[in-house]
Design a protein around this ligand. Structure first.
Ligand SMILES: Nc1ncnc2c1ncn2[C@@H]1O[C@H](COP(=O)(O)OP(=O)(O)OP(=O)(O)O)[C@@H](O)[C@H]1O
Ligand SMILES: [Mg+2]
Length: 414
C-alpha cells in the first residue's frame, strides 16, 4: 500500500495542494495551526470516508470555498497497491446542493461512481493522534467507533453487517416507539408477531458484528499485550476485555455478571472462545430480546446489541480507565495502535499506511523508539511535528522532508 500522489482542493485550510511522495518516510514540520493535522485528516478521510474530528462533513470544506459558485471540497489520491495491478485513483468530492443547502458526497474509484462501502478498505490506514489516550479514558462510543473504523477497513462483510444492523435498528426503534404510544402489552401475541421480523434481522446482523468484534479484540490483545510489556519494562500485563451488552453464551451467566462488574479474575469458557460464531451467538441475542420486550417497549428503544458494546483495558488486572495513570493510559493506547497495525497486516496481507500526527511530543524516549521501530518494514509512514529535533538526524536523513505553513507545503531546501 503506497500513497504516491495527493491532491486537495478547498479541503480545510488547503485551497489547492498537489504533492508527490517518494520513499517510505515523509516528515512534515510546521508551527501550530498551519495544516499538519488537516493533511493527515485528508488522507484518513479517503481511507475511512469519515472525517477525524468534524461533527459534520461540511466542516471540512474550506471556509473560503463559500465564495465559489458551488462550494465544494475535493480529496483525491493515487495509490499503488501491488506491482501487478494498475494504480488506484480514489476521490471524494463534497459539494453543496443549492445555496445554504446540504453537502452531498460523491465517491469515485478509477473514475467510476461508487459508494462509501466500496471505498473503505481500498487504501487502509492507521492513524496515531496525541489524543489517542481517549480510547482508554473516554466514553464507550469512542471505543466502538475505533473498532468499527478498523474493522470496516479490514472486512467488507463487517461493513455490510454494520450498515444493515443500523438500518434495521432504526426501523425497530420506530416500531418500539409506536408500541409504547399504543401502550402495547409485551406478552400480547400480536406484539410479538410485529416484532418477530425485526428481531430476526437485528440479531442476524448484530450477531455478525459482535462475533467479529469479539474475535478482533482477541487478536489485538495478543499483540498489544506484548507491546505493553516491552513499553512498561516487563512490569505490566495488559489485557483487553470485550464487553457486550448481554452474555454471548461463551461464559456462564455468573461469570458474565462478574465480568460486567469487573470482579472477574479468570473466565472459564464454556466453549472455545476463538470459535465464537454469529450463528452460535444469535440464539442468545434472540433470547435476551424476548425476555426484555417490556423494558424495550417502555424505553421505545433497542437496549441490547453492538451499539451498547464496550471494551475494557486492564493492567495487571486493574481497569485502566478508573485506576490508570496518564502514562499507563497513554502506553495502553499506543500498544493498541501498534497491535492494530499488525492485526490489519495479518488480516489483509498488506501493511497499512501509517499516519502519525505530532505523537512524538507526547512520548518519552522508550516509547519514541518503540514507535519508530514499528515504522521499519512499513511501506509508508507520514509523520508531522512542530519541532525537527523530535527526530534524530539519522531518521531525518532517511525521510522526505517538508515544511507546512498556512496551508502550503514546500520541500525543505537542504
Ligand atoms: N474548514 C476550514 N476552512 C479553512 N480553515 C480551516 C477549516 N477547518 C480548520 N481550519 C484551519 O486550519 C488551520 C490548521 O489546522 P491544523 O489542525 O491542521 O493545524 P496543525 O498544523 O495541526 O496545528 P497544531 O500544531 O496546533 O496541531 C487552523 O487554523 C484551522 O482554524
Ligand atoms: Mg495538529
Amino acid at each position: 500500500m503506497y500513497l504516491s500522489h495527493l491532491s486537495l482542493t478547498h479541503f480545510r485550510n488547503y485551497q489547492k495542494l498537489e504533492i508527490d511522495f517518494s520513499g517510505p518516510l515523509t516528515l512534515f514540520q510546521g508551527e501550530n495551526a498551519q495544516g499538519k493535522t488537516n493533511l493527515l485528516e485528508a488522507i484518513y478521510y479517503l481511507a475511512t470516508s469519515k472525517p477525524v474530528h468534524a461533527q459534520t462533513e461540511r466542516e471540512i470544506v474550506d471556509w473560503l470555498a463559500e465564495d465559489e459558485p458551488i462550494p465544494f471540497a475535493r480529496v483525491a489520491a493515487t495509490v499503488l497497491t501491488d506491482a501487478s495491478r494498475r494504480p488506484l485513483e480514489l476521490e471524494i468530492v463534497l459539494s453543496q446542493r443549492g445555496e445554504g443547502g446540504a453537502f452531498q458526497k460523491q465517491i469515485k474509484i478509477n473514475g467510476s461512481n461508487k459508494r462509501s462501502l466500496d471505498l473503505v478498505g481500498q487504501m487502509r490506514a492507521v492513524l496515531f493522534l496525541p489524543e489517542d489516550i481517549k480510547l482508554v479514558d473516554g466514553s464507550p462510543g469512542e471505543r466502538r467507533r475505533y473498532l468499527d473504523i478498523a474493522l470496516c477497513q479490514i472486512s467488507r462483510e463487517y461493513t455490510r453487517s454494520l450498515s444493515q444492523f443500523q438500518k434495521v435498528m432504526t426501523h425497530r426503534n420506530g416500531l418500539l416507539k409506536t408500541l409504547r404510544e399504543q401502550n402495547a402489552r409485551p406478552n400480547d401475541a400480536n406484539v410479538a408477531g410485529q416484532l418477530a421480523f425485526w428481531d430476526e434481522q437485528l440479531t442476524a446482523h448484530g450477531s455478525a458484528v459482535m462475533a467479529r468484534r469479539h474475535q478482533f479484540v482477541q487478536q489485538l490483545e495478543q499483540c498489544a499485550h506484548q507491546r505493553h510489556l516491552e513499553l512498561s519494562d516487563e512490569r505490566e500485563q495488559l489485557a483487553l476485555q470485550y464487553l457486550p451488552s448481554f452474555n454471548l453464551g461463551n461464559m456462564s451467566d455468573a461469570d458474565y455478571a462478574r465480568l460486567k462488574e469487573n470482579r472477574l479474575d479468570r473466565i472459564e469458557p464454556v466453549q472455545d472462545n476463538n470459535g465464537l460464531t454469529a450463528e452460535q451467538l444469535q440464539p442468545h441475542f434472540m433470547a435476551k430480546l424476548a425476555s426484555r420486550r417490556g423494558r424495550e417497549i417502555a424505553a421505545g428503544n433497542t437496549l441490547y446489541g453492538p451499539h451498547r458494546d464496550d471494551l475494557r483495558f486492564l493492567a495487571n488486572g486493574r481497569d485502566l480507565r478508573t485506576y490508570g495513570s496518564r502514562g499507563q493510559q497513554r502506553t495502553a493506547a499506543l500498544s493498541l495502535k501498534l497491535a492494530e497495525v499488525q492485526a490489519m497486516t495479518v488480516a489483509t496481507g498488506a501493511a497499512p499506511l501509517l499516519l502519525l500526527d505530532d505523537v512524538m511530543s507526547e512520548l518519552d524516549a522508550v516509547r519514541r523508539s518503540t514507535l519508530l521501530t514499528a515504522l521499519e518494514g512499513v511501506p509508508q509512514a507520514l509523520l508531522t511535528t512542530t519541532d525537527w529535533d523530535d527526530f534524530t538526524p539519522e531518521f531525518r536523513a532517511r525521510a522526505q522532508l517538508f515544511t507546512v505553513a498556512k496551508g502550503a507545503i514546500l520541500p525543505l531546501s537542504a
